[in-house]
Design a protein around this ligand. Structure first.
Ligand code: TYD
Ligand code: MG
Length: 455
């Protein structure tokens, strides 16, 4: 017999209550509770137990997870070596970032050895076909189904019996058992739950697309992220062509790797040498304030160009504008420059920009930022064949960074001549075919890279 219940559900955390309240007691957000009606069909209470009984951990037998490639090595790297059979993967990202594109490309390569069902709940089959033609996607084993009704999707699943199911997107599908609209917390939870059961019981790999809200979180409750095995974020600047796949959660691998792609006219192309992508427009004769730093994406070192512009202010209080680095980090570096090397910046505007629209959120970029600002303020040029690596402490000391060896090797690979590194790291300069200059203090770094010739 069908039973109808009404409840109020917080759209940001999934908290449930039977009456409306303005503030969610769980996550503290205001006005996020939405009324949802749920119809549950109580058909049977018998539990069918086909699971294994509890067993001591040292007796548990390892079953080897079967992995298969996505056809894109950068995607495989993010997943820790490809998709795991029978797992549920969520790919989340802003609208227009390329989620449908990458999944269609991947489906095509998987379809060479497996049967793939691509459910497009947002676009018609002919819309998908248009895109598929652009991407050269035409495998026989790739089935396109334009449907948002979950019950019909399940029926197709039984008919086609694919090895891989793609649901684009989870916010657009709905099950008839619940009356609330597609994209609501109960719909997402119910559908994801069923998909999880299908993945585990039928050993089908399921990939779902999830939308991201304005503040960058996955639309729908956190439960969506909790339920799935792997969460991958697809990031990038819509106005720039490169895209980054980042794994946020992975039950079958680590989350330290990222995959880098470039959006071209015929789909996403892997970027195997990211430093080259970010440096290709660099002018070698550079003006003051241009610096190359070695940061990392995942565990991979990436060289990036950073620019500072420092000039007389025409405002009562000078401006500090950042693009790609943390604002407070810049203020801290400016304070260190003023106090430790006596650079007076109180009447100067400071602008810092990371080229390529990339965001740097690691302290290893500090020394690069400090040198870009200091050299621009003094109007001197840092030699364009030098890379700067290091964290700046409050007393002006240069602190160590992770993976220094790999970063130096990357500089070497791209033909740089000198690299300024923190002296605290134990390195053997003979290991490298590049001049490694260890520095202890900010002042040493400045004299090592520029001011020596000026004085
Ligand atoms: P899409 O995969 O539809 O994004 P999402 O599913 O994440 O919303 O792709 C969006 C953008 O990518 C679209 O604005 C056009 C661009 N694009 C290309 O530049 N080249 C291509 O070959 C394709 C298919 C799309
Ligand atoms: Mg899409």
């Amino acid at each position: 017999m069908a039973k109808t219940k009404t409840k109020w559900i917080c759209q940001s955390c999934g908290y449930e209550t039977i009456k409306y309240i303005g503030k969610c007691p769980d996550c503290g957000d205001w006005g996020t509770l939405v009324e949802e009606t749920e119809t549950t069909i109580n058909n049977s209470t018998t539990i069918i137990d086909n699971s294994e009984p509890a067993c001591p951990i040292n007796k548990v037998e390892l079953s080897n997870a079967i992995r298969f490639s996505t056809g894109l090595s950068e995607f495989d790297r993010t997943l820790g070596g490809g998709f795991v059979q029978g797992s549920l993967v969520l790919i989340a990202g802003d609208p227009g970032i390329g989620k449908s594109t990458i999944l269609l490309q991947t489906s095509n390569s998987i379809a060479k050895s497996r049967k793939v069902l691509y459910v497009s709940a947002e676009e018609s089959a002919s819309q998908v076909k248009l895109r598929a033609d652009r991407l050269n996607v035409n495998e026989d084993n790739l089935f396109i189904y334009s449907q948002s009704n979950f019950e019909l999707i399940k029926k197709q699943l039984e008919d086609i019996k694919p090895d891989v199911l793609i649901v684009d997107s989870i916010q657009a599908v709905y099950t008839q058992h619940i009356t609330s609209s597609p994209g609501s917390v109960s719909q997402i939870r119910e559908c994801t739950n069923e998909l999880m059961t299908i993945a585990k019981t039928q050993n089908i790999t399921i990939i779902v697309v999830g939308h991201v809200t304005k503040d960058g979180t996955i639309a729908g409750p956190k439960v969506l992220e909790h339920m799935v095995d792997t969460v991958i974020h697809f990031e990038g600047d819509r106005y720039k062509s490169y895209r980054i796949l980042r794994s946020i959660k992975n039950r079958f691998g680590n989350t330290s790797e990222v995959g880098i792609f470039e959006m071209k006219d015929n789909g996403l192309e892997e970027v195997l040498n990211p430093s080259q992508l970010f440096l290709h427009e660099r002018e070698k004769n550079t003006t003051s304030g241009n610096i190359v730093i070695a940061t990392k994406e995942g565990t991979r070192p990436v060289l990036i160009e950073l620019q500072a512009l420092v000039g007389q202010t025409s405002y009562p209080s000078p401006r500090r504008v950042v693009n790609g680095i943390d604002y407070n980090r810049l203020l801290q570096i400016l304070a260190v420059l003023e106090k430790r090397i006596g650079l007076n910046l109180s009447k100067l505007d400071v602008y810092v920009n990371v080229i390529g629209g990339i965001d740097i959120d690691e302290p290893a970029a500090d020394l690069g930022i400090a040198l870009a600002v200091a050299t621009c303020a003094r109007d001197v040029i840092v030699s364009p064949d030098t890379v700067i690596i290091g964290e700046v402490g409050l007393s002006g000391e240069i602190r160590g960074v992770s993976n220094l060896d790999a970063r130096i090797k990357e500089c070497e690979k791209l033909g740089f001549k000198k690299v300024i590194v923190p002296a605290s790291e134990k390195l053997n300069p003979k290991d490298f075919n590049i001049e490694v200059i260890p520095v202890k203090r900010l002042m040493d770094a400045i004299s090592a890279c520029v001011f020596k010739d000026e004085q």
